[in-house]
Design a protein around this ligand. Structure first.
Ligand code: LLP
Length: 431
């Protein structure tokens, strides 16, 4: 099994957090997003404990809501001592509706509209992560109009390629996020920010990419950021209090993916930072990290009912499920690997080579290709693992399919956190 919160019971059914997947599908329907809250909490603690132990006081993990965002998640994050990274007024609204304290929010985005900026200010969002000089001026203006001094971090790009997928790599210089250090533009950006009367610059933000398994690329980013900070300290007399190193630690989608030692990586990063600061005589900044995937991905499982099995003689076999790219577009978009399990017949020999297709009218609607499952029948239950991140949040209503429900599991009990959409929901905005 990919994770220890998954198991097989005496009926040969998959269990998630000790609960029978077949029972969950029978009670809540399929397709179904299942989220093991105990696992989410354990993942949060890997960050809070290691950061508390190894990093300067005040260091904190911020959960990146782009990975998963619904009201019921935010009380969990709050209880676990997480801050939160939000990228839109919709995410801010959701976090606050879930009772999350606004001062613990960090507002991201490379194109915050005037409405977004004003909304976030009026909600009392703790920090803005300012992406570019135009936003700086606008935020200064709106903060001033409210007689406020807004705390900000400035997003810079250190120009690191952590050898990850091009489409989800944002640390390189040539990208639409942040201001590059190498070209000298970031230095001008900081100098300008320091002149803004209504902004309090606490430090920098950088995000180098996703699915990173080692501490090394983050250490490289720290080196670049510290050199940059040192240079600015000499030139501008500005000392960084906070370094936000973004998200990006990887998760295991398949057995062949490496295990990620999050506490070990945090410790390595902390030691690297300490050595770097000591060598420069630079005061240790607080560290923020923005994990998304590594908090929720492995806590999530999607359950689908099998509708049909089709063998194209001489070519291949398709198993079709009652969801697909509408609830999980990641294979269609990135050819992302997944582990697919036969949730109702875990003990049967997996001797059937097939591809799992969704139900949309689109040949690219695939969940996984060329995998081994037992012989499938209509009505069987398939489980796709590691779907807690970037599935629910990237879902669509293509082909007017209703979005699945989401259930949260805690201490052996399941509760509905997001109900399944209805046909009325589909036309709710239509006049
Ligand atoms: N902070 C910033 C500024 C980010 O841009 C991201 C992800 C994160 C934190 C969280 O990174 P994580 O820990 O989840 O890797 N839709 C793609 C992922 C796009 C990620 C973009 N930014 C996917 O499905 O793989």
């Amino acid at each position: 099994m990919l994770y220890e919160h998954l198991g097989i019971n005496e009926k040969g059914h998959l269990t998630i957090g000790g609960l029978d997947a077949v029972d969950l599908a029978a009670e809540f329907g399929a397709p179904l997003y299942v989220l093991d809250e105990d696992r989410v909490r354990a993942n949060c603690r890997r960050y809070t404990q290691a950061m508390g132990q190894y990093m300067p006081a005040g260091s904190q993990p911020l959960f990146a809501g782009k990975a998963l965002c619904f009201k019921g998640l935010y009380p969990v994050l709050k209880e676990e001592g997480m801050g939160a990274d939000v990228v839109s007024p919709g995410e801010i609204y959701t976090a606050l509706a879930g009772g999350f304290p606004p001062e613990q929010l960090y507002f991201h985005g490379n194109n915050k509209t005037d409405e977004d900026i004003q909304y976030a200010l009026d909600q009392g969002v703790g920090h803005f992560i300012v992406d570019n000089p135009l936003e700086l001026a606008q935020l200064n203006h709106f903060a001033g109009a409210r007689g406020r001094r807004q705390k900000v971090l400035l997003r810079v790009t250190p120009g690191i390629d952590p050898h990850t997928l091009q489409a989800i790599n944002t640390g390189r210089i040539d990208c639409q996020f942040g201001v590059p250090i190498e070209t000298g533009q970031a230095a001008a950006f900081v100098a300008e920010a320091l002149t803004m009367e209504h902004l309090e610059v606490e430090g920098f933000h950088s995000h180098i990419g996703s699915q990173i398994f080692e501490a090394e690329p983050f250490c490289d980013a720290v080196d670049i950021l510290l050199n940059f900070a040192q240079d600015l300290r000499e030139k501008l007399g500005f000392t960084v209090q906070v370094l936000n190193l973004g998200g990006g630690f990887g998760v295991r989608y398949q057995e062949s993916d490496p295990q990620v030692d999050i506490p070990g990586n945090i410790r390595a990063l902390a030691e690297h930072l300490e050595t770097g600061c000591a060598a420069k005589g630079y005061p240790l900044p607080r560290i923020l990290l923005e994990p998304g995937r590594s908090i929720v991905a492995d806590a999530g499982v999607t359950l689908y009912q099998v509708g049909g099995v089709k063998t194209i003689q001489g070519y291949r076999s398709y198993v079709t499920v009652n969801g697909g790219m509408t609830d999980n577009p990641r294979y269609a978009l990135y050819q992302s690997p997944y582990t697919v399990l036969p949730a109702d017949r875990m003990d049967d020999p997996a001797d059937f080579l097939c591809s799992v297709a969704g139900r949309c009218c689109e040949s690219g609607d695939l969940i996984q290709e060329n995998i081994h499952l037992p012989q499938m029948q209509r009505g069987d239950l398939l489980a796709v693992l590691t779907t807690g991140a970037y599935n629910f949040t990237m879902a669509s209503n293509y082909n007017r399919l209703c979005r699945p429900a989401l259930v949260m599991l805690r201490e052996g009990k399941a509760r509905l956190a997001v109900r399944r959409q209805t046909f009325e929901d589909l036309t709710a905005c239509e006049l």
